[in-house]
Design a protein around this ligand. Structure first.
Ligand SMILES: [Zn+2]
Length: 296
C-alpha cells in the first residue's frame, strides 16, 4: 500500500490519475478532420457543455452548423476509444440550447472530475499552441518537433518547449492552529494557504519558506512535500507542502493579502473548494499528528 503521507497520485481534477485508465494522451497534438469524438470547446474562461436529461457533459459527435469551428480542431488524445477534439470559439458567439457556457473553475461543480480534467488538459494545450506559434527569439513562425509538444524555429533554430510554472503552496501548523490568509478579491470570509511562484535559483522548499516569510512574517521549519496538482489557469504546477511554525508574529503584506491569521482547527473559516490542492492539504494534514486519511 502506498504511504498516504506521500501518495504517488492524488485524485484531484487536472491530475492525470483521474483519466489515465480511459485516456491516451498523444505525444504531440495533431490537426484532425473527424468530428466523431468528444469536444472540449473553450470560450474565454468557460467550457461549452451540452445539457441533457442526465446533466451537463462535454459535447460529442457532429456539432450544429453555428458551433462548427472555423479552425481545424486539435486532436489531443483518445478518450474512451474516440478522439478528444479541442477548439476555441469566439467569446462573442451566442450559444443556443442545449449548449451552455460553464465557468471554468473548481468551485462550481458542473462537471465530474474526469470531464473537468479533460477540459483542463485541452485548455492548457490550446494555450501553449497559441503561445508558441512564433519564435520568441526572432519572431518567425515555428514548426512542431515530431513526437513532442516542442516547437522549432526554421529561421534561427531555437527550440521551445511548454512553459509550466511551479508554485509552492504551504500549510503552516502551530499546535492545533493553522496559518491561513485571504486576498481582497476572494468571496467574503474565505481563507486559504500561502502560495506563490518559484523564483529563479530557488528550490520549492525555499520558495515555501520565502513566501510564508514575505506574506505573513512567520518563520517555518520542517517543510515537507505532500503532493501536487496540475493547474491549467493557464499553466501552473502547484507543489503542496506542510510545515511547522518556527517563530515570529504575523505581519500581513498588504500588497499581497487582505489578512493572515491563526485559526483553530475547531473553528476554521470558509475554505477553498474540495477540488483544489489547498483544500486537500487542509483536510488531510490539519491535525497536529499529521495525516487524517481513513485508516490512519
Ligand atoms: Zn527564431
Amino acid at each position: 500500500m502506498n504511504n498516504p503521507l506521500n501518495p504517488e497520485a492524488i485524485n484531484l481534477p487536472f491530475n492525470y490519475s483521474s483519466i489515465k485508465n480511459e485516456f491516451e494522451l498523444l505525444a504531440s497534438a495533431s490537426d484532425t478532420v473527424t468530428s466523431d469524438g468528444t469536444w472540449v470547446i473553450i470560450q474565454a474562461n468557460s467550457v461549452v457543455l451540452e445539457q441533457s436529461d442526465s446533466g451537463l457533459s462535454l459535447p460529442s459527435g457532429a456539432l450544429p452548423d453555428w458551433l462548427t469551428p472555423q479552425q481545424t480542431p486539435l486532436c489531443i488524445g483518445i478518450w474512451r476509444k474516440k478522439p478528444l477534439l479541442a477548439i476555441t470559439v469566439s467569446s462573442r458567439l451566442q450559444l443556443k440550447t442545449p449548449y451552455v457556457a460553464a465557468t471554468f473553475n473548481t468551485t462550481d461543480e458542473h462537471l465530474d472530475i474526469q470531464n473537468l480534467t479533460l477540459a483542463g488538459l485541452a485548455k492548457q494545450i490550446l494555450h501553449w499552441e497559441r503561445q508558441s506559434r512564433h519564435c520568441s527569439r526572432c519572431g518567425a513562425e515555428t514548426e512542431p518537433i515530431a513526437a513532442t509538444r516542442g516547437k522549432i524555429c526554421p529561421s534561427c533554430g531555437a527550440e521551445h518547449f511548454p512553459h509550466i510554472h511551479p508554485c509552492a503552496i504551504v500549510l503552516v501548523k502551530r499546535g492545533n492552529e493553522l496559518l491561513l490568509t485571504r486576498k481582497t478579491e476572494w468571496q467574503p470570509g474565505r481563507y486559504s494557504l500561502v502560495a506563490g511562484f518559484l523564483d529563479m535559483g530557488e528550490s520549492l522548499e525555499e520558495c515555501a519558506i520565502r513566501e510564508v516569510r514575505e506574506e505573513t512574517g512567520i518563520e517555518i521549519t520542517n517543510v515537507r512535500y505532500v503532493g501536487s496538482q496540475n493547474w491549467p489557469f493557464p499553466a501552473q504546477l502547484m507543489a503542496g507542502f506542510v510545515a511547522d511554525y518556527a517563530g515570529g508574529e504575523i505581519v500581513v503584506d498588504h500588497n499581497e493579502l487582505e489578512d493572515a491569521r491563526w485559526f483553530s482547527i475547531d473553528s476554521l473559516p470558509t475554505l477553498p473548494p474540495s477540488r483544489s490542492i489547498a483544500r486537500w492539504i487542509i483536510d488531510n494534514f490539519k491535525y497536529p499528528q499529521g495525516a487524517s486519511f481513513a485508516g490512519m
